[in-house]
Design a protein. Sequence first.
Length: 225
Amino acid sequence: MTSPFFSVLLCTFNRAHLLPRALDSLLIQHETDWEALIIDDGSTDRTAEVVQPYLRQAPNLHYVQQENRGLALSRNAGARLAKGKFLTFLDSDDWFAPDHLATRRKVIEQHPCANFLHGGVQIIGDPYVADRENPAVRVHLDQCIIDATFVIRRRLFFRLGGFPALAYSAGNALFQRAVQAGVKPVKVNAPTYVYDRTTPDSICTIAAQGGIAAIEQFRKGAWPR
């Protein structure tokens, strides 16, 4: 069997009410050469029940349950199971425009040396997030590296060591690691990744309200929802 072009890693934690929107956006992609791994990071809601009809509908969807590890380590776990040439990401409270994967594949085919793409996002809601070094300071997302938009060749991802085990801004750390290794990330402008900033329990929102420690509280079920 040949490897799919994309492996989409969708990590989720207690987002049963939002998962259908994300999964539906996958199933209507113009690009069809993909697999998706749903990494359930210790959910205690109806996530497993919500996912089952999608698994029956789409054989290229795979569901993995694990104890809670946080987003960065969950993505790394999904990457180890992935078979695609390129890894990309979909947060469970966001969604793809129908041409999202197709536009990224076109960029890669036009730039055969491109091993790392980023960017191309439409923001729904508040465009300001907590600064990675000082969560009390808010910065505009235009100034940020948005890791959910990453498209990275799988072998490069492992060569860079994957995402560091950080509760917040692990994507920025991976991006900087890539640049330091001589990789030249390609910026994509087509805003086909839809980033929903209206979700009250998103990592960015929690960090802005309670700092990095609040993210750990949320993972343990101690953060108010």
